[in-house]
Ligand binder design. Structure first.
Ligand SMILES: [Zn+2]
Length: 168
């Protein structure tokens, strides 16, 4: 999945949780909503920091090269361990809970997106190197292909429509 698709896909799914929160719990403050979406967008591209050619990797040249050498692409940054690390940080960094929850959710949704591609995700690292998928083999799609780009487009439309409902 392309970096832009990861952002769009994660934003559309996370906006559903914002809609549910707004509907069932309490009206959402627009500042908190923005913090949440900024967090989700960052989290959605963060795991690919282990790939120097990714959206984030291109901006962190040195770090992404070291990470790729140490863990390989789709290594530890593509595991439940990495998701748990950021979830734990949510409780350790005061006043930024909404941003941190957004980042954690973005990372999780990135892994979900990668689990729809032929390579899958070694979600149980460092305990197991087995790759996991959420789609059967014939439905998995290549990064940058027509399905990838269609998901990005549909996600952007869904994100706009869902946010119209939130801001009513
Ligand atoms: Zn990835």
């Amino acid at each position: 999945m392309l970096g832009k698709t990861h952002i769009a896909f994660s934003l559309s799914l996370s906006s559903l949780s914002a809609l549910a929160y707004n509907h069932f719990y309490a009206p959402l403050d627009s500042i908190l909503l923005w913090q949440f979406y900024i967090g989700v967008s960052f989290g959605a591209i963060l795991p690919d920091i282990d790939e120097p050619n990714s959206l984030l990797g291109k901006k962190t040249f040195f770090i992404s090269h070291i990470l790729k050498i140490l863990t390989g692409h789709r290594g530890l940054t593509h595991s439940f361990f990495f998701v748990s690390l950021f979830f734990a940080l949510t409780f350790l960094i005061p006043n930024f809970e909404t941003l941190m929850i957004g980042i954690t959710l973005g990372i999780f949704l990135h892994l979900l997106g990668d689990m729809m591609t032929p390579s899958g995700v070694p979600i149980l690292l460092p305990f197991s190197q087995k790759n996991f998928y959420i789609l059967p083999l014939f439905m998995r799609f290549k990064t940058g292909g027509i399905v990838d780009k269609s998901i990005a487009l549909l996600s952007i439309i869904a994100f706009i429509l869902i946010n119209k409902l939130i801001l009513i």
